[in-house]
Design a protein around this ligand. Structure first.
Ligand code: IPE
Ligand code: IPE
Ligand code: MG
Length: 226
């Protein structure tokens, strides 16, 4: 493919509905969804994608039942422990975006250690959005710019976002049939190509991603030009 996106962002949605349709608990959907994360990450790394951003927990997801939130926090912790060798084997650098200060100290430490232990990896950068909301990110960025006494410009805002060193999104994918962006990377998707699929995240495959990449390959991006 001659035109591969450098940055793919995915809104991983539909874990709960996938589980419900199978007569399982919603948590089984999250468990299966974590496996899809591994498959898609390894695939993106193999085909030479530079940045993969995955929406894992939004600033609005705290509104879910307490038990589901607790399950997700535990799942995240288990995920980082099990994935560290996978990151290292695949030369994947891990980076978190979002306000992780709202997580337990234990989870925060695990997240920071995973970043630290993979920072030398030079292949794919996998970015997980954790307690992430775009409005929150932009607000935090603007506050940082103001407190440093800098002018508020596109450049200073961009360079104070959690994604400061990461290029804008080229391709945004959302699974599960919902056609909305739910507060994900609003600034960074300004010129992203969008792709929506009905597939639930636990069933999303590398084959379907390849189809989306072929479609992306045919799109003409004009960035306001002609
Ligand atoms: C996405 O799946 C995962 C998270 C938001 C944590 P959902 O849990 O939103 O699944 P549905 O949308 O209810 O099916
Ligand atoms: C978006 O999914 C957040 C994540 C995928 C982490 P939601 O399921 O929370 O979004 P809405 O509520 O359907 O917009
Ligand atoms: Mg959902």
């Amino acid at each position: 493919m001659n035109n591969l996106p450098s940055h793919i962002a995915i809104i991983m949605d539909g874990n709960g509905r996938w589980a419900k349709e199978k007569g399982l608990k919603r948590t089984a959907g999250h468990e299966q969804g974590a496996k899809t994360v591994r498959d898609i990450t390894i695939h993106c790394s193999n085909i030479g994608i530079k940045y993969l951003s995955l929406y894992a927990f939004s600033t609005e997801n705290w509104n879910r039942p307490k038990l589901e939130v607790e399950f997700l926090m535990n799942l995240l912790h288990r995920y980082f422990i099990s994935e560290l060798p996978i990151y290292l084997e695949n030369n994947v650098r891990f980076k978190a975006i979002g306000d992780i200060s709202k997580f337990s100290k234990k989870l925060q430490n695990t997240i920071k250690q995973t970043e630290e232990k993979t920072k030398h990896c030079s292949g794919l950068t996998q970015i997980l959005a954790l307690n992430y909301g775009s409005k929150d990110e932009i607000t935090r960025a603007v506050n940082k710019v103001v407190s440093k006494g800098l002018d508020i410009t596109e450049k200073t805002i961009s360079s104070h976002l959690d994604t400061a060193d990461i290029p804008d999104v080229d391709l945004l994918v959302r699974t599960s049939g919902e056609v909305r962006v739910s507060n994900f990377l609003l600034w960074q998707i300004a010129y992203a190509e969008m792709f929506f699929t009905k597939t639930y995240w636990p069933e999303f495959t590398t084959y379907e991603l390849d189809d989306i990449l072929s479609d992306f390959n045919t799109r003409e991006r004009r960035f306001g030009g002609i």
